[in-house]
Design a protein around this ligand. Sequence first.
Ligand SMILES: NC(=O)c1ccc[n+]([C@@H]2O[C@H](COP(=O)([O-])OP(=O)(O)OC[C@H]3O[C@@H](n4cnc5c(N)ncnc54)[C@H](O)[C@@H]3O)[C@@H](O)[C@H]2O)c1
Length: 288
Amino acid sequence: MKILITGANGMLAKSVKKRLEKENELICTDVAGLDITDEQAVSKFVADCKPEYIINCAAFTAVDKAETAGEIVEKINADGPGNLAKAAKENNSVLVHISTDYVFGGDLDVEKDYNEEDAKAPVTVYGVTKLQGEEKIQANTEQYYIFRTAWLYGDGNNFVRTMLNLGEAKDEISVVADQHGSPTYAEDLANIIGEAIEKKIPYGVYHTTNQGYTTWYDFTKAIFDYTGTSCKVNPVTTEEYIEMMKITQAKRPKNSQLSKEKLLAQGITVPEWEDALRRYLKEEGKMV
Ligand SMILES: NC(=O)c1ccc[n+]([C@@H]2O[C@H](COP(=O)([O-])OP(=O)(O)OC[C@H]3O[C@@H](n4cnc5c(N)ncnc54)[C@H](O)[C@@H]3O)[C@@H](O)[C@H]2O)c1
């Protein structure tokens, strides 16, 4: 199959390319080759290469910077997917797009998780613009997959690498213990995307994180446990962390746990987050 990948230099895109390159013809572009905010360029590019699938891995992903970055965030996260959806529709391509748990408000009881159709109430510019991106896709084409993921790590700067660096440099660190979600290994998300395309599951929105829920604090304890890092981890609230670090930060959802029931019903394999973390750390040469 001919597959166009946009934002192809990003962390998730690297795993997607690895997963799909053997059996497909991939056309990989990033902002220098195809800027997804340029409607005419997108329309021409897609018309010229006529891919069966477009996988959009491009986004403005810096959640804190997005608060003050201005209109570029909406252009990339909302207009870009809209442009791709129009081009996909014109050329009968299927659009695969990645969205986020941050489209939800996060004030849900921690015993509960979000289904795909639950009410959206993003609390950040990043979340607001990602939700607009979803809506623009839905308004412009029927042949789409929107995969909402969360707490992604893989071949790029990410929380696990940051914690491992901190763990080597410090004797103890404080980590937020009141935000609940699912860490997600980019390789597992790439597999889910691959399986979804190959199985031709029904179009629509799916929650696609690793299985199980945790907090940043317990996630860090697992990272240190699996790597034999002796650094002590202290649990703090989000408010305490902001005060302690003297930082301003975009608001974060307290609970953005995503139910995978809809995805599992399609017979797609979704590994547990602890298993995923162990495979990642092994791949990084950090497991003891
Ligand atoms: N990283 C996370 O924790 C996380 C969590 C939830 C959802 N997501 C979503 O997953 C997807 C992939 O995230 P990632 O962490 O791999 O992103 P990333 O930041 O590693 O990569 C994004 C890529 O998009 C490219 N890009 C930016 N503007 C562009 C433009 N105008 N045109 C074309 N390309 C452009 C960048 O050059 C970069 O290569 C995104 O949609 C993101 O919103 C990420």
